[in-house]
Design a protein around this ligand. Structure first.
Ligand code: MOS
Length: 727
């Protein structure tokens, strides 16, 4: 099959506007008579609210003030359930919890006024660790996946390896902070513009807040400077706050967090504690696997149940094992609520299983490569959920390619020799192999029932109407390429409508590595339907113009259609967990300074199979970005919690990798043209690249340290020092 635009590195559709500074972000929007809003937040993790006092020294009569009693509808963010209040009413459950809102036309005065609001509280004991939460049985959600019975297999094993792994919180650090502008007609309607991944989530949260029908809440996405999951659910909160102030003031209200507030008060990646017990035969064959996952959910459920689900369903790694049990729980603490973050539970689970396979290889005295070869899943094999791998996979080939591209075997031997000579630094190399499910888990896509429209344009092209947002990852370009290919037109003739709930149907949220695979498929189907209506023209442009001249307009809507061979049982947690999986192998090389104990990544190879690659440059960019973020997760990004909130909430003391800390990254695609549900056989790529770096780097560091594994992320110098000093 030859393609016109699929597989070509088309330029980013909105790139010109971005690099010339013409893109309009939320803070660039100017509305007349606009007020600036600020949030008053708690400073204690658990308390009863006694009184909110507005102290002298501020002209409070010039301010708009919103308290819980001003809320016209439901004081809870409707997400999965409606449990987290927009403003705490009686009880505070975490530091930085919103308790009141203030707005004024003077940006500086409103900032000053914040310090003149005092929340009188009666403090209550706080639960700040996962262990304590578990003791108290504060469990938000739990799952069990079981296949066979590992407990019967421990006796048959030659070697049992059991370890506990921990990962810390991680901050998204999108370049553009959370930002929303609201305008309302009090009593009638609400409009918000802002930075977000999911316009229809915001609509769903705002309608009950104001007791309005969905049609009376309009949500428009403005150019969005990154999200990484951090703009999946949090925008509901800030949009609600801006809209409440506007409703009370009868004027537009802008709320833009500064970096410190953004890092202090918004969601992060769930900290995890994962125990893995695995039984092996002497030759490395995996016979039983027992995994226990614990996540800290923070003070409110947010999306934790779904994050836990994805962690659970990625926990066994790409291996065949007849006797597997995964038990998982997410607990409630008095920490700032944790939420969606690229990878969505998978990076934590994959860190555990992949570190464990590398450690087991060491204990068995075999190479990490060989233990994988013994146990890889193949086409036709079953995962512990009973899902049969129908598509073609070839993990051996992908791993071999990564080994060859990185010079793994040679370097492994060379580095061991090098390290024996006690130099000022040590070298190591490590690998990971992993998968990531594209799209919503289980029956999620069925429930979403996404819709997408496409219409002919006067230029003889098409316009795509979807709720999925461009936030730097390439949605607009990828959807354009799919539409252009399917219609057989020039990509310049494809327009993408700005996500706006008053203009686009609900094609679902921009999350879960679903946009290319699920929404892209809707684009393809809509385009093919348009071609059919135009009677399969050889010249689409001419036929489109002729059709418009004769009939006025042509706009069609398509809806997600589940494949009939996908079944998911939510009760038993069995079946086809994901419609498609992407697969990958990472090899990381590191140097560890023997004096300062700093580790750095010196080379990185990633071999990726994500079905058809729609735009190689954008796909490689996604992978390189995910790896950079994964290097941060592995080595540098340390969220220091004080009373359950981020204490180091500044760029100066929360360290992320810069280009100086990012090695050469070699991305290599493997494409199997097989049948999977994506457009032109494409699968998701957004999240997978952040799954593999941490265990590859962790294992490389262990290799550099002579086989001493550190089970806790990030691998800070002090953690490395502890190991080196104990040598
Ligand atoms: Mo998300 S972490 O935006 O699926």
């Amino acid at each position: 099959m030859t393609f016109q635009t699929i597989g070509k590195s088309l330029r980013r559709k909105e790139g010109f506007l971005k690099v010339t500074g013409h893109s309009v972000y939320a803070d660039d929007l100017r509305l007349e008579n606009c007020l600036y809003g600020k949030t008053i937040r708690s400073t204690v993790p658990h308390a009863k609210i006694k009184e909110i006092r507005f102290k002298d020294g501020i002209p409070w009569d010039e301010f708009t003030i919103v308290l819980p009693s001003d809320i016209p509808g439901l004081n809870a963010v409707t997400l999965i359930d409606a449990e987290q209040p927009f403003l705490a009413e009686r009880e505070i459950r975490h530091v930085a919890e919103p308790v009141a809102l203030i707005a004024h036309r003077d940006k500086h005065l409103v900032e000053k006024a914040r310090h003149f609001v005092h929340v009188d509280v009666e403090e209550l004991p706080a639960v700040l660790t996962m262990e304590e939460a578990l003791e108290r049985n504060n469990v938000f959600k739990s799952y069990l996946v079981q296949n066979g019975d590992p407990s019967e297999k421990w006796n048959e094993a030659d070697v049992i390896v059991e370890e506990t792994y921990r990962t810390g919180a991680q901050e998204h650090l999108y370049i553009e902070p959370q930002a929303m502008i609201a305008n309302t007609i009090p009593g009638e309607s609400v409009t918000v513009w802002g930075s977000m991944q999911c316009p229809y989530y915001v609509q769903k949260a705002l309608a009950p807040l104001f007791d309005l029908s969905h049609e009376n809440v309009r949500v428009v996405q403005t150019e969005t400077g990154g999200g990484f999951g951090g703009k999946e659910e949090y925008p509901n909160m800030i949009a609600g706050h801006a809209a409440l102030l506007s409703w009370k003031a009868g004027r537009p209200v802008k709320m833009i967090y500064d970096r410190r507030e953004d890092m202090w008060a918004t969601t992060k990646r769930h900290p995890s504690k994962i125990r893995v017990k695995a039984a092996f035969k002497r030759d490395g064959t995996l016979v039983a696997l027992d995994i226990d996952i614990l996540l800290d959910g923070g003070a409110y459920p947010t999306l934790s149940a779904v994050v836990l689900s994805r962690a659970t369903l990625h926990a066994w790694g790409p291996y065949k094992c007849g006797h597997t049990r995964v038990r998982s729980r997410v607990v409630m603490t008095n920490s700032v609520p944790y939420g969606a973050f690229r990878g969505f539970g998978a990076p934590q689970a994959i860190f555990a299983i992949e570190m464990h396979m590398n450690r087991a290889a060491l204990e068995l005295g075999i190479d990490p490569v060989e233990i994988r070869r013994k146990n890889f899943l193949h086409q036709g094999d079953q995962m512990p959920t009973g899902q049969v791998i129908r598509e073609k996979i070839d993990l051996e080939m992908m791993m071999d390619r990564a080994l060859e591209l990185s010079g793994y075997h040679r370097k492994r031997a060379d580095f061991e020799q090098f390290n024996a000579q006690s130099r000022p630094h040590r070298k190591g190399i490590g690998l990971s192999v992993f998968f990531h499910g594209s799209g919503f888990t289980g029956s999620g896509e069925l429930r979403l029932a996404s819709e997408l429209s496409m219409a002919l344009t006067g230029q003889g092209g098409v316009e795509v109407f979807a709720a999925n947002v461009e936030y730097g990852q390439g949605t607009n370009t990828v959807l354009t390429q799919i539409a252009a290919e399917a219609c057989r037109i020039d990509p310049d003739l494809v327009m993408i409508h700005q996500p706006d709930t008053s203009a686009v149907p609900n094609s679902g949220p921009t999350v879960a590595s679903r946009t290319t695979m699920v929404v892209g498929k809707l684009v393809e189907r809509a385009a093919l339907e348009l071609r059919k209506r135009l009677k399969e023209p050889t010249d689409f442009e001419a036929s489109a113009r002729q059709y418009l001249a004769e009939h006025g307009e042509l706009r069609i809507t398509v809806q997600y259609e589940p494949s009939s061979d996908l079944h998911w049982d939510d009760e038993k947690y069995r079946g086809e967990a994901y419609a498609g999986y992407a697969w990958s192998c990472d090899v990381a090389e590191v140097e560890v300074d023997a004096v300062e104990y700093m580790a750095r990544v010196t080379n990185f190879v990633s071999v990726v199979e994500c079905g058809r690659v729609i735009n190689p440059l954008l796909a490689a960019g996604q992978i390189e970005g995910g790896i950079a973020q994964g290097i941060g997760f592995a080595l540098y990004e340390n969220v220091v919690l004080e009373q359950g909130a981020m204490k180091n909430n500044q760029f100066t003391n929360y360290i992320i990798p810069t280009t100086a800390d990012t090695p050469d990254i070699h991305v290599n695609f493997v494409e199997f043209p097989h049948s999977n549900p994506g457009p032109y056989q494409a699968k998701g790529i957004g999240e997978m690249p952040i799954d593999g770096p941490a265990p590859a780097i962790g294992s490389a560091v262990a290799h550099a340290l002579g086989g001493r594994f550190i089970n806790e992320l990030p691998l800070l110098p002090e953690r490395i020092m502890d190991v080196v000093e104990s040598l």
